[in-house]
Design a protein around this ligand. Sequence first.
Ligand SMILES: [Zn+2]
Ligand SMILES: [Zn+2]
Length: 135
Amino acid sequence: MSEFVAVGGCLCGAVRFGVKEKLAPVGFCHCSRCRRVSGTGSNAVLNIRRDRFEWLSGEDQVQVYATPAGWKSLFCRTCGCPVPHILSDGQRVLIPAGALDGDPDLAISGHIFVGSKARWEVIADGSPQFDAWPS
Ligand SMILES: [Zn+2]
Ligand SMILES: [Zn+2]
C-alpha cells in the first residue's frame, strides 16, 4: 500500500481506490445538481491526474446515472455512495473528498457555483469563490 499517499472507498467496501504521488486540493461545487447528489450544501472533490489514480476493487460495481444533458453521477450500486469519476477526456479523475480513509490534510482550492448555493449554507473558509465557473 505504500505506493499510495491516500486510499479510500465506499461505505460497503465494494469500491476501493488509491491515489499516488500527491493529493490535490479539495474544491467545492454548490450547484443544484451537486446539492442533490451529495444530499448537502455542496460536493467536495479532488481533481487529480488519471495516472495518479488506481482502482483497487469494485470498478465493475460503479453505477452511472446521466441526466438527459449528459451530466453524470457515479455511485456504488450496493451502498449508493459517490465514487471516483474518470472524466470523459480520460485525463482527470474527480474523487469525492469524503470517500478518503482517515482525515488527510487537504488544502482547499475554492468554491464554484456559489451564485446558486443554498441560503442555509455558510462558507467559512477564505478560499476563492466564483459565481459559476472560475474566470
Ligand atoms: Zn458500496
Ligand atoms: Zn456542481
